[in-house]
Design a protein around this ligand. Structure first.
Ligand SMILES: O=C(O)C(=O)C[C@H](O)[C@H](O)COP(=O)(O)O
Length: 222
């Protein structure tokens, strides 16, 4: 069962304003990355469903996080169908993220009070997702859609909570542009986790980068 329900997960994501997005086929590496992010202040982490047996890695990471990262909400990304959502909910996912919006995933998530953040590419798609109970919608791919989509949407639909993902980088200007546009949080993958840093097992660099990015987000929100 999810350790944190959708209300608690939204609060955690809102508190920090950032969700790291990561996949690795090796569970030990994934655990190190999760712990490094947690030590940097992260409280919600998205592990993506990207490879064969990704669910087995996820199960190990969830058990690890329950012990070593007590305040962390572990979620799963790249989920496009209800069967995959159900599998990960059974393994303890606290939130489900996807690159697209699938109303059948909303039903599965709502039944278990698990947050669902679907990828949306237009104002109408965000509205449709909200009708099915998605409290937080993902603007995806963020670097294609741009902060102006968020600004435009927040004027007529100011109740919207949006997470931008895709091409977001942890530098101050980029984070500021999204926070000022009105996003609830950012999701970051490749730019937060450069391949060479992971290969060098430089976990301290990841902790430092997360702490720095969270500082920029807090500053932009102030
Ligand atoms: O599949 C999903 O659910 C996604 O969220 C798609 C990607 O994982 C993010 O778009 C990461 O994008 P980068 O930060 O540019 O690496």
């Amino acid at each position: 069962m999810a350790k944190f329900d959708k209300i608690a997960v939204l609060a955690k994501i809102g508190q920090t304003g950032m969700v790291p997005v990561f996949y690795h086929k090796d569970a030990e590496t994934a655990k190190k990355v999760v712990k490094a992010c947690y030590d940097g202040g992260v409280r919600a982490f998205e592990f993506t469903n990207r490879g064969d047996f990704a669910h087995e890695v996820f199960a190990e990471v969830v058990k690890f996080a329950a012990k070593e990262c007590p305040e962390l909400a572990m979620g799963v990304g790249s989920v496009v169908d209800p069967a995959t959502a159900a599998l990960y909910i059974q393994l303890g996912a606290c939130f489900i993220v996807g690159p697209l919006f699938n109303p059948e995933v909303s039903k599965i998530c709502n039944r278990r009070l698990v947050a669902y953040t679907p990828g949306c590419g237009s104002v109408s798609e965000i509205g449709a997702a909200q009708e099915t109970g998605c409290d937080l919608c993902k603007v995806f791919p963020g670097d294609v859609l741009g902060p102006n989509l968020v600004k435009g949407l927040m004027a007529p639909m100011p109740w919207s909570k949006l997470m931008v993902t895709g091409g977001v980088s942890p530098d101050e200007e980029n984070l500021k542009s999204w926070i000022k546009a009105g996003v609830y949080c950012v999701g970051m993958g490749s730019k937060l986790f450069p391949k060479d840093v992971i290969a060098a097992e430089n976990w301290q660099a990841i902790t430092d980068k997360c702490a720095e990015a969270l500082g920029y987000i807090a500053k932009a929100r102030a």
